[in-house]
Design a binder for this molecule. Sequence first.
Ligand SMILES: Nc1ncnc2c1ncn2[C@@H]1O[C@H](COP(=O)(O)OP(=O)(O)OP(=O)(O)O)[C@@H](O)[C@H]1O
Length: 246
Amino acid sequence: MAAMTGLEIEIAHKSYLPLGGAPVRRIFEGFHLSVDPGEFVCLLGPSGIGKTTLLNMISGLDTEYSGRIGFDDVAKPRMAYVFQTPRLLPWRTVLENILLPLPSTEAARRTALDLLASMGMSDTQDVYPERLSLGMQRRVALARAFAIEPDLLLMDEPFTSLDEPTADRLRDLLIGMLAQRSATVLFVTHDSRDAIRMASRIVVLAGSPIQAVRDIPVELSQGERQDKGAIEAFRGRFLAQPQRFC
Ligand SMILES: Nc1ncnc2c1ncn2[C@@H]1O[C@H](COP(=O)(O)OP(=O)(O)OP(=O)(O)O)[C@@H](O)[C@H]1O
């Protein structure tokens, strides 16, 4: 089982170079967030405020900021990042895509095949991604993320553009995978119902520069998380306007 990691995020300053003489927009200024090992934190906020930028900085893809991102318990955590689009390599088969982050060993191959089986996709192992629906591609991306047994799983709106039953299936798969291989999760979304269904904690982001304006523990049973009435009641109590979420 993977070790889990906590996170201490201090972003003193982050801005992007403006285009065509526009004023510099400070995306982050004095931002702080700490995450305990094993938490499932949904970062909930409207489009364009900097959620992807935050995941990019945590993952190390974006180093153009001042501040510090530290990991507790694990010096160098194994990190997986599931992007908004599945980002599968089109010239590799499904199995080869899952094997990408793994060593070339028979054990790794068995791990990848087991993951495919748990996603209900064993029959697609030799298929190229273009033949798959978006929902199937997202399942492969999820399998690839779990292949490394991540300590920290970063997910950027991974259920976007899916119909409701497909998104429900993927959500159940994610919860099932986490039950087998626990990890600390940071899950970006603007869908408050998705957040309530999965998170142990919801951090509401707003403003420019971006700030954590609400920090809400989600203490619902698995049964309540499946119950539309309980979800709406939770939204009404904790996530009422003024934020605009769907
Ligand atoms: N490489 C870049 N260069 C310049 N501006 C950028 C760059 N990447 C993002 N931005 C801008 O920074 C702001 C934050 O972008 P970001 O993608 O982090 O927001 P977001 O909250 O993830 O939005 P969404 O939910 O739509 O994905 C946006 O205004 C975006 O246009």
